[in-house]
Design a protein around this ligand. Structure first.
Ligand code: MN
Length: 472
């Protein structure tokens, strides 16, 4: 406790907007479990005219920033920010950079504080959050998925290499691969079970079939704010300036398609059919009180370009991440969702700043609105495993649900919900939001097809050597 207070005193990111005793004139904001005045996350909702509008969540309401922007209530950088937020997505505001995000947050916090002269102006822009639906918060140009959880990497590695689960590069660099941005969808969009090529275990022949090993991945989605320049690596001290905020991310995966396709270039169709994100982006500023030192793992090599004092002191984030399942039968019987796991992002081996620095090391530029996936987040204990691949040990040990059903992997009608929140010892709690989706049968169902192998090289094709890792 004492060390926490000492740390908080030295957390330069914390300011008056994080004061737990700050009270809003909007009653539903005070004590709200997700959206108190200390949070102020950004999202894009559809208004009554079916036009996308930027909004901020506060209590049980959304502030329509297009409406708020009609009144010139801010000044300086905060007003420039508000004007950028009158567009139909967050891109331009995100591109302005940290100084503008900080200025806008301070101005909006003041306007929402009890006794503010701007109460009437903000009231005119309030919409009940029950009346709105959400779309993607920005144009996600590129999506990169990392593998930052050492617990996930270790437990998945153990399935293949019980004595040597971590590959030799793991502690030297944040492993990642370039993913697919076109199929990132907002929460609520159904997941149609993908059809792809898998290896039939009995015949040892590939066939085109609906995946039998559909899985979820509990991840944090990390949004890039200000763009970086081509051929200009971002040093670790500067990386945080490009971090805009986070949402919850479910990186749906088809493990049987993955097992057959992933060597030698990594996952492809097994992860490109859909990734789902929660509606709100919780800003780097809102997350300030929940910055923590990264977990002190043993045998961490000294990688000079990925280390800094700032990163060692406050590079981690204590973000709680929970995952629930509710099957069709559970819904019919009125059985509440069943918790599959809970962990925190502070267990990640690599930090957000390290991901950004490593990504740009060769000169690759990051653009405003780009999304980085944290990789499946698992913690040190069994109840913290962030995918069915880990929980069922690759489909060997089923999960038993309160309905009497069991699961090795996901079945049609199952709903997966991943949600997040941060809580501090001084009583401050903010929600990260939640992402959920229901699984449906394949959209265009076709019978299973065995693929006729080429006359010659057929047998060599079908001996997949499971040496490396699934997951991400
Ligand atoms: Mn992933």
């Amino acid at each position: 406790m004492e060390s926490d207070i000492k740390l908080a005193q030295h957390n330069p990111f914390v300011d008056e907007t994080h004061n737990p005793s700050l009270i809003s004139w909007l009653k539903s904001a005070n004590g709200h479990p997700s959206f108190p005045i200390q949070n102020l996350p950004f999202g894009v909702f559809i208004d009554a005219e079916q036009i996308p509008r930027c909004g901020v969540a506060i209590g049980d309401f959304v502030i329509n920033l297009h409406t708020l922007g009609l009144q010139r209530i801010f000044s300086g950088k905060a007003q420039i920010g508000l004007e950028a937020l009158r567009e139909t997505c967050l891109q331009r505001f995100m591109s302005l950079g940290r100084e503008f995000s900080v200025a806008f947050r301070q101005a909006l916090s003041n306007a929402l504080t009890d006794g503010s002269q701007h109460e009437m102006a903000v009231r005119k822009a309030l919409i009940s959050s029950a009346d709105v639906s959400f779309c993607l918060p920005c144009q996600i140009g590129d999506y990169t998925d990392f593998y930052t959880s050492i617990h996930h990497a270790t437990s998945v590695g153990k399935l293949f290499r019980p004595n040597n689960p971590l590959l030799p590069n793991y502690k030297w660099l944040p492993i990642g691969y370039h993913g697919r941005a076109s199929s990132i969808h907002p929460s609520g969009i159904p997941v149609f079970r993908p059809i792809g090529q898998t290896l039939n275990a009995d015949t040892q022949q590939p066939e085109l079939t609906a995946t039998a090993k559909l899985d979820y991945e509990v991840e944090l989605g990390i949004f890039i704010g200000q763009s970086t320049e081509s051929f200009e690596p971002v040093c670790i001290q500067q990386a945080d300036a490009h971090f805009f905020g986070v949402s919850m991310l479910n990186d749906w995966s088809a493990r049987d398609i993955q097992a057959w396709e992933y060597q030698p270039l990594g996952p492809f169709l097994s992860k490109n059919f859909i990734s789902s994100i929660s509606p709100w982006i919780i800003t780097a500023e809102a997350l300030a009180p929940f910055r923590v030192p990264p977990t002190n793992y043993q045998d961490r090599p000294e990688v000079v370009n990925l280390q800094s004092n700032e990163n060692s002191l406050l590079g981690g984030f204590d973000i709680q991440m929970t995952c629930h399942i509710r099957t069709e039968q559970m819904r019919h019987q009125g059985i509440p969702a069943f918790k599959l796991s809970q962990t925190t992002f502070k267990h990640a081996f690599w930090t957000i700043a390290q991901m950004i620095t490593h990504h740009t090391q060769t000169g690759c530029n990051l653009n405003s609105g780009d999304l980085l996936g944290s990789g499946t987040q698992s913690g040190p204990t069994e109840s913290e495993a962030g995918s069915l691949l880990e929980i069922t040990q690759g489909g060997q040990h089923p999960i038993h649900l309160p309905s009497g059903e069991k699961r090795f992997f996901l079945e049609d009608g199952d709903e997966i919900e991943i949600s997040g929140y941060c809580e501090s010892e001084n009583g401050l709690r903010i929600g990260i939001g939640s992402v959920s989706a229901v699984i449906y049968p394949p959209k265009n169902t076709k019978p299973t097809q065995t693929i006729k192998p080429a006359a010659s090289s057929d047998s060599a094709l079908c001996h997949s050597d499971p040496v490396a890792h699934l997951g991400e």
